[in-house]
Structures are given as structure tokens and as C-alpha cells.
Write a protein that binds this ligand. Structure first.
Ligand code: CAA
Length: 699
């Protein structure tokens, strides 16, 4: 008998407990154990009702993702679930924590479902490039109707117990959180009432309406064209639900199996599962263990109430951590606070938080003009103007006023954290916390570990990232850290491509079609062309020979075209429209610019655009790995997935390199070095991997 699933009887209830930490994933042993315990329950004359529950922190969180891509092992989950549904004795699922993927599909195969109040359910397979492959696409619509089922499965969101009850996914919410007791009470009640088995597969009422009106499927597909562009599995989910409506259950199951297999075999599945594990791996640091002490963060000080500081503040108050927000002048502070309030009010208008929540969150932010108010805070994050002199002044002041043990963080996106730390008497407490704009939305947090940052401080900041619902990645100190350093390379290739003959719209389209939310020029327009201009101006003044000539975007800035905010940049923007239109005047300016530089433009292929944009980043990524700025290639992938909109189904730039083949990338880099010069000098690591037939993922 399997150790991970056990059977025991309590009163009239045969209790089947899944105990496969950490999340009771449905490994082969669990599937076999469920089958065996179900049989044992059938044979147990004293058991009137059978109940399935999870030991530890959760019900079953789904298939064992680590088994994907390996040869399937018997018994398969749909068969086990079918046996459960056909059981002569009533089977009940008692849910706590999360019932996800195959875990929820197990529940849908039982006859009754009870949950504790904090439980959540969901079919998040879409986030792994898959679809629910154990009957979920056929059973869920039978309980909720096709529309709700489509929404749940194509977003993969977790549905709280209360909503699950309303939608008909579960039958009852217990009053208590103890799942064993709650489940037993419910099962005993069913036994006493003489409840009979009832199969979800036989419930067809909610499918009837959709038989007559196909609108629900057309609408779902149209909406996915916008939200899931380029993805394979969400559209197959719609096909499956359509099959649930049109075909008898058994045939719908066949369709689900066929499409599940297509998803499983698709490279998108590999990319998204890589992303899943990469995100979890990023949280682990070699010199930080469970026993590394963490500091308690109960209050936070933020310097700068501008867009960045305000956005950062929202992350903390959203999870109940009070913030003191500092500005130099009262009107700047008032303006900053008003922007935060407006953001929350807009969210409330969309119904995502209540008016009460707005007040509660605003109540957690205290504006101040005085550093002295930071004396008691546990963490300070500085989000002031990107200038080393100003940052040094700020940190000198913080060193004076903050209590011993407070963590002093900078939100710099480029500057040397070690130099900033050097003005304090406690460099071990100084760290970078590089948020991405808009800071209340973007999930990435580059936590920059300085030479002297203590393990305790970096551990605290990494844990805190999760607490404020960010994905924290630890990086080392260099100009631009990981994300912006690589992006800078891509941006210079995008510019060079236009110099050589491409149009900005051609470059953007190639990058957009690859799966990024926007191309490099649309992105510059969003950030403001004046930002790069100002940096180059500084370098021009400092005599940097590489920055002496104006770029064509600098020339646009000198015409007052700063990007979206001025209605024109690389693109032209009509009032209220954030999507720009290509502008013939810009093409003329570029033409003139090429003439001045003596360049004869040539036809540039989309393939060259893609390779030059991506391979330059991969080559830089290889340098970053060699220098130890990133710990693992998968950390670089996580940074690009969460900070720069790299399409999740391609797994991130370094995973993409492994898919294309490191040797293929290297050969191109060598070719580009010959054609375009030493910006393309291959990283020694890239060269070595290409020679050895290695992969970044195997390092
Ligand atoms: N299989 C294998 N390992 C899993 C797993 C799974 N389904 N889900 C989580 N884990 C592992 C994680 O990798 C992590 O391992 P390490 O500690 O070694 O890094 C550990 O469990 C804990 O996970 P988290 O750090 O994510 O813990 P959390 O408490 O933040 O979140 C969770 C828990 C909500 C369950 C989250 O892990 C999660 O969303 N898991 C994925 C759920 C999912 O996608 N299920 C569907 C699977 S596909 C399927 O079921 C197909 C089908 O139709 C049959």
C-alpha cells in the first residue's frame, strides 16, 4: 500500500488522506494510492461515505509538474477520476488551501464538495501552456455554465470558496478552518441523510443555453486574441468547452485528451514550465538558508513621492504595512498623495477594491517633510532623482537618523550601490531594491546585493518581495544591473538597424510579433525620448567620444517630440490614443540623418532584426553570468519575463537561446562581429558552451 495516500475509517466515514508534501501533487504514487484507497473504501462494510482530503497545508495542487515531458506512467488521472465518479458509495472532497489543476479535477470527480472558508480552487493549467486534462474542461462547464468555466480556465485564476459556492463548483462552505473536522461533519451528515452518488458528467442543464447561442465562444476567442496573443493552449480550452456543449461526455473527454496532448507536445509548454520553476528557483540563494535570521519589517519609509515613490508605497500599504512618505516640499507631497488616492479610487471604480479599502490604504500612508520621522522605521527605500551626489546626501542623512538594524535601500536603476553604501557607517545594511515602472503594477523586483550587504539583509528583502506580491531576483552590482544592462544593448541594436535601413515600425513589428507587448521604439516613446537624450547630453558634456553625434531620436527631441507625453515622438499620437501611428516626417528625418552619416540604406530582413535584437541580449546575458552578476541563467529569464514582457511561452532570453541552440546563436554573433564590429564580441561563456555543445540551463 502506498505511503503517500492512506485509508482510515472514522465513524461511518472512510477517510482517504493524501500526504505528499509540499503540495500533495498527483505523482504516480498518489494516483495509484487514490485508486487503492478507493477500492479499500468500497470493501469496507462500515464505511457509508468516502472522503478525500489533503494532509498539511493544502488539498492537491495539481499534477506533478516534474513528471511532464517524461513517459506517462499508469494509472492515468482521468481513469482514476472516472473510477471515483462511478463509485457506488458517495465520495466527498474536503478542500483546504488550494485545489488546483488535477486537484480540482479530482474534486469534480467526487459527488459532493465541501471547503473551509479560506480555500481556493482553480484550473491554472493555462499558465503552464496546458489545458485541464483530467476532465476539467468537460465537468467544470456542467457545474458553472460555459461562460464562467471559460473565464476561469483561460485566466487560470484562483477562485475563492465563497465565489466557488455561488458558481456551483462546491456545495458547502464549513464555518471552521479545520478541514478534517469540517469534512467529517459534512460527510456524516450526508451519510445520515442517505445521500446518493451523483456524477457531474451527467449534469447537462447548464450546457443547454450555449447549444443555441454560440456567441459565448466567439466572444471568448475574440477576447483571447487580445489577452493571449500568440498562445496555443487558451484557444484549445475554448475548443474543449465547445466540445463539452456539442458532444456527449465520453466524446468530449476524447477531444480533451487529444488537445491536451497537443499542448503537452508544444514548445510553449516547455517554456512556461521553465518559467514556473525559474521563478521558484530565483527565491533561493546559496548562502541563505531557512536558519538565516530575517529582520522584521513592520514599517517602511519612502523618500520621494513622485511616480516611482508613490507606486512603491502602494505595494506596502496594499498588504497592510504602514508607510511614511517623505518629500522636500509640501506641494510635491500633496500632489504625490493625491495621485496615489486617484489610483486607488480608479481601482475602486472598477470594483476591484471597496471604498473602505481606499480609505484604509490611504490611512496607512503618512506624509512627512522631515527625515526625523524615519527614526523608527524598519526599512527605508530611496526613490529620488538618479544622481550619485543626491543619493549620497540622502544616505548620509539616513545613516544619521535611522535606528540601528534598519535596512537602507536604494531604488537606483543604474548607479553603483557599493558607492552609495560607502557614505554610511553600515554598508552591510544597504541594499538595492530596483522596482520597475509602474511600481504598483510590475511584478519584478531586482534586489541588488552590494559587496558588503549582509546575508540577513538580502534574505529579508527577498522574503519581503514575496510578501508584497513581487517576484524578487537577487543581482550583483554593475551599470544597469541585469535587466537594463541587457536592454541597453537591445536598444542600441534597434537604433543601428534603423541607421542601416530598417524603419522603426518594421523593428517594432518584429519584436511585437515575437510576443513582446511592444517594440523598442514604442517603448522609448512611452518612457520619453528625452530620458535617453539627457543621459547622452551628460556624456557629450563629459567628452565621451561615443556620444558626440546626435542620434536621430535626439534630433526628434530637439524638435520637441519627447514621446507619448508630447503627442509625438518616434510615432504620432492622436489625442487620447496611446497607440501611435507611423509618421512620414520621421522617415524623412531618418533619411536625412543617414545622408549626413554617409550611410546607404539597405533592405533589412525581419530575420536579421530578430537576431540582432535578441542575440545581443543573450551575449550580454552570458557576460552577466560569467561576472556573477546573476546567479543563474534562469534568474535572467525571470527578470525578462516579469520586468520586460518577454513572452512567457518562450521561457525567457536564455531559455530561448537553449531552444534555438547556443551554437546557432554563437555563430551569428561571430558573423555580426565581423560585419558590425566589437559590440558583438562573443562572451567567452557563449563561445565555450557553443564549443562544448552545452546549454545555459545546464550550468
Ligand atoms: N508539481 C510539482 N511541484 C509543485 C507543484 C506541482 N503541481 N506545485 C508546487 N510545486 C512545488 C514548487 O516547485 C515548490 O517547490 P520548491 O520548494 O522545491 O521550490 C513547492 O512546491 C512550493 O510551491 P510554492 O513555492 O509555489 O508555494 P506557494 O505556497 O507560494 O504556492 C501553489 C503554492 C499555489 C500550489 C503554487 O505552487 C502553484 O500555483 N502551483 C502550481 C499549481 C498548478 O499549476 N497546478 C496545475 C498543474 S497541471 C495539471 O494539473 C494538469 C492536469 O490537468 C492533470
Amino acid at each position: 500500500m502506498s505511503q503517500v495516500v492512506t485509508y482510515a475509517r472514522e465513524g461511518s466515514v472512510g477517510v482517504i488522506t493524501v500526504n505528499n508534501p509540499p503540495v500533495n501533487a498527483l505523482s504516480q504514487a498518489v494516483r495509484q494510492g487514490l485508486r487503492d484507497c478507493l477500492k479499500q473504501g468500497q470493501a469496507d462494510a462500515d464505511a457509508k461515505v468516502l472522503m478525500i482530503l489533503g494532509a498539511g497545508r493544502t488539498f492537491i495542487a495539481g499534477a506533478d509538474i516534474r513528471e511532464f515531458g517524461k513517459p506517462p506512467q499508469e494509472p492515468n488521472l482521468p481513469d482514476v477520476i472516472a473510477e471515483m465518479e462511478q463509485s457506488e458509495k458517495v465520495v466527498v472532497a474536503a478542500i483546504h488551501g488550494t485545489a488546483l489543476g488535477g486537484g480540482l479535477e479530482v474534486c469534480l470527480g467526487t459527488h459532493y464538495r465541501v471547503a473551509v472558508p479560506s480555500a481556493r480552487v482553480g484550473l491554472p493549467e493555462v499558465k503552464l501552456g496546458l489545458l485541464p486534462g483530467a476532465g476539467g474542461t468537460q465537468r467544470l462547464p456542467r457545474l458553472t455554465g460555459p461562460e464562467a468555466a471559460l473565464e476561469i480556465m483561460t485566466t487560470g485564476r484562483f477562485v475563492p470558496a465563497k465565489e466557488a459556492l455561488k458558481l456551483g463548483i462546491i456545495d458547502h462552505i464549513a464555518e471552521q478552518e479545520d478541514v478534517r473536522e469540517a469534512g467529517l461533519a459534512y460527510a456524516e451528515k450526508l451519510a445520515a441523510e442517505g445521500a446518493k452518488p451523483r456524477s457531474v458528467s451527467e449534469m447537462n442543464d447548464k450546457l443547454e443555453a450555449a447549444k443555441k447561442d454560440r456567441n459565448v465562444f466567439d466572444k471568448a476567442r475574440a477576447s483571447l486574441e487580445k489577452t493571449a496573443r500568440g498562445q496555443f493552449s487558451p484557444f484549445r480550452i475554448v475548443d474543449c468547452v465547445e466540445a463539452a456543449v456539442d458532444l456527449p461526455f465520453a466524446e468530449g473527454m476524447k477531444k480533451e485528451r487529444e488537445l491536451f496532448k497537443q499542448c503537452m507536445d508544444s514548445p510553449q509548454r516547455a517554456g512556461m514550465i521553465h518559467a514556473f520553476f525559474a521563478e521558484r528557483e530565483a527565491a533561493k540563494l546559496p548562502d541563505v538558508t531557512k536558519d538565516t535570521p530575517r529582520r522584521e519589517i513592520k514599517s517602511v519609509g519612502i523618500i520621494g513621492a513622485g511616480t516611482m515613490g508613490g507606486g512603491i508605497a502602494m505595494n506596502f500599504v496594499n498588504v497592510g504595512i504602514p508607510v511614511k512618505l517623505l518629500e522636500v516640499k509640501q506641494d510635491a507631497l500633496d500632489k504625490g498623495l493625491a495621485v496615489i488616492r486617484r489610483n486607488y479610487e480608479n481601482t475602486a471604480k472598477k470594483g476591484r477594491i471597496s471604498k473602505d479599502d481606499v480609505e484604509k490604504r490611504m490611512g496607512l500612508i503618512e506624509g512627512t517633510l522631515s527625515y526625523d520621522d524615519f527614526a523608527g522605521v524598519d526599512l527605508v527605500i530611496e526613490a529620488v532623482f538618479e544622481s550619485m551626489d543626491i543619493k549620497k546626501q540622502v544616505f548620509t542623512k539616513l545613516d544619521e537618523v535611522c535606528k540601528p538594524g534598519a535596512i537602507l535601500a536604494t531604488n537606483t536603476s543604474t548607479l553603483d550601490v557599493n558607492e552609495i553604501a560607502s557614505v554610511t557607517k553600515r554598508p552591510e545594511d544597504v541594499v538595492g531594491m530596483h522596482f520597475f515602472s509602474p511600481a504598483n503594477v510590475m511584478k519584478l523586483l531586482e534586489n541588488v546585493r552590494g559587496e558588503k550587504t549582509s546575508p540577513e539583509v538580502i534574505a529579508t528583502v527577498m522574503d519581503l518581495s514575496k510578501r508584497i506580491k513581487k517576484v524578487g531576483v537577487c543581482v550583483g552590482v554593475c551599470h544597469g544591473f541585469v535587466g537594463n544592462r541587457m536592454l541597453h544593448q537591445r536598444q542600441s541594436q534597434a537604433m543601428a538597424l534603423v541607421d542601416d535601413g530598417a524603419t522603426p515600425w518594421q523593428v517594432d513589428k518584429v519584436i511585437y510579433d515575437f510576443g513582446f507587448p511592444m517594440g523598442p521604439f514604442a517603448m522609448s516613446d512611452l518612457a520619453g525620448l528625452d530620458v535617453g537624450y539627457r543621459i547622452r547630453e551628460e556624456r557629450r558634456k563629459a567628452g565621451d567620444p561615443k556620444a558626440q553625434e546626435l542620434t536621430w531620436t535626439d534630433k526628434l527631441v530637439e524638435q520637441g517630440r519627447h514621446g507619448q507625453k508630447t503627442g509625438a515622438g518616434v510615432y504620432l499620437y492622436e489625442e487620447g490614443n496611446r497607440k501611435g501611428k507611423p509618421d512620414p516626417e520621421v522617415e524623412a528625418l531618418i533619411e536625412q540623418h543617414r545622408k549626413e552619416k554617409g550611410i546607404t540604406p539597405r533592405e533589412i530582413s525581419d530575420q536579421e532584426i530578430l537576431e540582432r535584437n535578441l542575440y545581443i541580449m543573450i551575449n550580454e546575458g552570458a557576460k552577466i553570468l560569467e561576472e556573477g552578476i546573476a546567479l543563474r541563467s534562469s534568474d535572467i529569464d525571470v527578470i525578462y519575463l516579469y520586468g520586460y514582457g518577454f513572452p512567457a511561452y518562450r521561457g525567457g532570453p536564455m531559455f530561448y537561446a537553449d531552444q534555438v541552440g547556443v551554437k546557432t546563436v554563437y555563430d551569428k554573433v561571430v558573423e555580426f562581429q565581423e560585419r558590425f564590429g566589437d559590440d558583438w564580441k562573443p562572451a567567452p561563456l557563449l563561445e565555450r558552451l557553443a564549443r562544448e555543445g552545452g546549454k545555459f540551463g545546464d550550468l
